[in-house]
Write a protein that binds this ligand. Structure first.
Ligand SMILES: NC(=O)c1ccc[n+]([C@@H]2O[C@H](COP(=O)([O-])OP(=O)(O)OC[C@H]3O[C@@H](n4cnc5c(N)ncnc54)[C@H](OP(=O)(O)O)[C@@H]3O)[C@@H](O)[C@H]2O)c1
Length: 271
């Protein structure tokens, strides 16, 4: 439980809702400690009714009451949002940004004062409280700030601390990863349909197989190669399937996907 601190979210969209839900469910803070501002009144009403958080139409009024401010607007709205609340920030307020592609040097420039800044790259699985969130320390942030960010983001899944220079690769792997996994699931399900399974059954089998394998790898800590070899018995069905995948270059395509997405992230990023 975080005692006596107020956590403000600028932007009350999908990611903000995931964070609010996670923090309340994990009892890291009380709904009274959560403040949200958004330009959409209907989002504020919804969040207030559903979670009991305090809501504000003006960003500056909200941040003036916050000890930690989480920037949860779209990357293109970051600069405007900061300009709306910058002068209302209390000294020492921790700024945490989850905006994809916005680096801490740019945030520091927009804030135009010495505020501790942390950058976090979560992924869409945050909506199921199963995010992989990578946390990077920015200007003026201390280890204490980093610990605070870890505590907050553990409420929506797993966290890992890495230097900011790794964030483009992180964006390409765990940030974009849910889309790659969806493509993989779609492919498995289409294969099942081709072999006569109903669409509904094929999709259920594919989703649970990916979920279960991830859970197994996580719980056992076993390397994927070991588990793969456990399933592929000599002359059995799996080794035939694996051969088909290797022939089609699936592993090479995944490596390339992360490489290309990293290059794109570098090109788009504000550095
Ligand atoms: N979704 C993901 O999987 C994911 C993963 C990693 C990182 N992120 C990052 O998380 C951030 C939020 O994403 P999201 O999907 O939650 O976005 P979202 O659902 O669009 O939420 C953003 C909210 O902020 C509002 N807003 C816009 N300008 C504002 C301002 N000046 N002041 C206050 N509120 C404002 C938006 O209103 P309007 O809709 O009217 O503009 C919207 O309600 C993004 O920066 C994104 O890069 C998202």
């Amino acid at each position: 439980m975080i005692e006596g601190k107020y956590i403000g979210l600028v932007g009350g969209g999908n990611m903000a809702e995931a964070i609010i839900k996670g923090l309340i469910l994990s009892k890291i803070c009380h709904p009274d400690q959560l403040l949200v501002s958004d330009i959409r009144p209907e989002r504020l009403d919804y969040l207030n009714n559903k979670y009991g958080v305090r809501v504000f139409k003006e960003n500056d009024v909200m941040v003036s009451k916050s000890d930690i401010v989480i920037l949860a607007v779209k990357p293109q709205d970051i600069e405007t949002a900061i300009s709306e609340f910058r002068d209302a920030l209390k000294d020492g307020t921790l700024i945490i940004s989850i905006a994809a592609g916005i680096n801490t040097a740019f945030l520091r420039q927009c804030l135009a004062k010495e505020m501790p800044i942390i950058r976090v790259m979560p992924n869409t699985a945050a909506l199921a409280l199963a995010s992989m969130s990578v946390i990077s320390k920015g200007p003026y942030a201390t280890d204490r700030h980093l610990e605070m960010a870890e505590t907050l983001f553990k409420a929506i899944g797993e966290t890992l601390v890495l230097p900011e220079k790794m964030i483009d690769a992180v964006t390409a792997l765990s940030g974009s990863g849910p889309a790659y996994v969806c493509l993989f699931i779609e492919g498995l399900a289409d294969g099942g349909v081709k072999m006569g399974l109903s669409r509904e059954v094929a999709l259920k089998l594919a989703i649970q197989t990916v979920f279960g394998t991830g859970k197994l790898l996580k719980e056992t800590g076993e390397h994927p190669t070991i588990l793969k070899e456990m399933v592929a018995s000599p002359g059995g069905t799996t080794i035939f399937g694996l051969h088909a995948l290797e022939n089609a270059g699936v592993k090479g395509a995944l490596i390339l996907a992360v490489e290309e997405a990293t290059k794109r992230s570098r090109a788009l990023g504000r550095r």
